[in-house]
Design a protein around this ligand. Structure first.
Ligand SMILES: Cc1ncc(COP(=O)(O)O)c(C=O)c1O
Length: 358
């Protein structure tokens, strides 16, 4: 006898990796290199750390539930009004909140195969239908996705750049897609890796919003700002949608330290520039080395690379783990490797060289 409904029992849970300390203990490793979760290898923004220490003495107080100062800073930086902004416990919470706020029984959501695992989870949690179109050479096939949209579609999830492939949807494709689908369908543009993109054809979701499209742009402090552990992200959409989501969200969904850290990081241009520079250099190095090792990869617009291992991905993952390198196996043959610091990338290449010879 269980009170857990059938759709929750069938939900595939997100499987987090073991804590690094535990892995090191089990495998007798030291100085493990973690390239599995697309975190910033340079660490947090120093200005964020400074802001955190300043606020530590105030954590007996509840946070500002409206996130007034962070939203003010974001609204100035992005040129949107504060009532178009919503903060979340990571952008992950906002994905869930979109579904919880706007879902009616019988509705569906549309996305692509090989995309962010949280989209199906958000729909499965409400027993909603989740439809996916196959990818076209590691890219979203927006035409096929438009074909899945119908009168019951609540939203379309587009990760741009996509996790795990690192590819983008281009401006003209996105505009054609938005022209084709009904205005009532919310298009979620999940831009977690926005700051890493250098392709001039990349569509900044905010300009689509300004043009009056029904889009919600999601961004995060977890990636280039280096604050994944604080759990803070934000969404930008029409004020009316934000107002609805604010009715559903938990009143204190983002903590005072998270808000303070994010505010500090937002003003830290040098840290963002440094992080982008390290990523660009690491990308060029890894492209060269992966080619030399005969491992095909998909060119990336983010801080990770989708690699075709030409063999069992889980075997390669296990072999690298024993060398102290943690990557993320994805599907039968692929691994996703976060671009690290120069030293981390070199350790990865040495380990790959060693295990591929076996
Ligand atoms: C595409 C995408 N969206 C959203 C997130 C969630 O980020 P967070 O909840 O840390 O803001 C991630 C994290 O890996 C991601 O890859």
């Amino acid at each position: 006898m269980t009170i857990t409904p059938e759709h929750i029992r069938r939900l595939t849970p997100y499987v987090p990796g073991k804590p690094v300390e535990e892995l090191e203990r089990e495998l007798g490793l030291r100085d493990t290199v973690k390239l599995a979760s697309n975190e910033n290898p340079l660490g947090p923004s120093p200005l964020a750390v400074k802001a955190l220490s300043k606020h530590l003495g105030e954590i007996h107080r509840y946070p500002d539930g409206s996130g007034f100062y962070l939203k003010k800073a974001l609204s100035e930086k992005l040129g949107v009004s504060a009532d178009q902004l919503i903060l979340g416990n990571g952008s992950n919470e906002l994905l869930d909140l979109i579904v919880r706020t706007f879902y009616h029984p019988g509705m569906n959501a549309v996305s692509s195969e090989q995309t962010f695992v949280v989209y199906p989870m958000a729909m499965q949690a409400v027993a909603g239908e989740y439809r996916t179109a196959p990818m076209k050479e590691a890219h979203y096939d927006l035409e096929a996705m438009a074909g899945l949209v119908d009168a019951k579609t609540l939203c379309v999830f587009i990760a741009n750049p996509n996790n795990p492939t690192g590819t983008i949807v281009r401006r003209e494709e996105l505009v054609r897609f938005l022209d084709r689908i009904p205005e009532s369908v919310l298009v979620v543009l999940d831009e977690a890796y926005f700051e890493y993109v250098d392709d001039p054809h990349y569509p900044d979701g905010l300009s689509q919003l300004r043009e009056g499209r029904n889009v919600m742009v999601l961004r995060t402090f977890s990636k280039i700002y280096g604050l994944a552990g604080l759990r803070i992200g934000y969404g930008v959409a029409r004020a009316e949608l934000v107002d609805s989501m604010n009715r559903v969200r938990e009143p204190f969904n983002t903590g005072s330290l998270s808000q303070a850290g994010a505010l500090g990081a937002l003003g830290d241009r040098p840290h963002v520039e440094r992080s982008r520079g390290v990523n660009e250099a690491g990308k060029a190095y890894l492209y060269k080395e992966l080619s030399r090792l005969g491992l095909p990869y998909t060119p990336t617009q983010a801080n990770f690379i989708w690699v075709d291992t030409n063999r069992s991905a889980s075997d390669l993952y296990e072999a690298l783990l024993r060398e102290g390198i943690i990557v993320r196996p994805m599907g039968a043959r692929h691994v996703r490797i976060t671009i690290g610091t120069e030293g981390e990338n070199e350790r990865l290449v040495q380990a790959l060289q060693k295990v591929l010879k076996r």
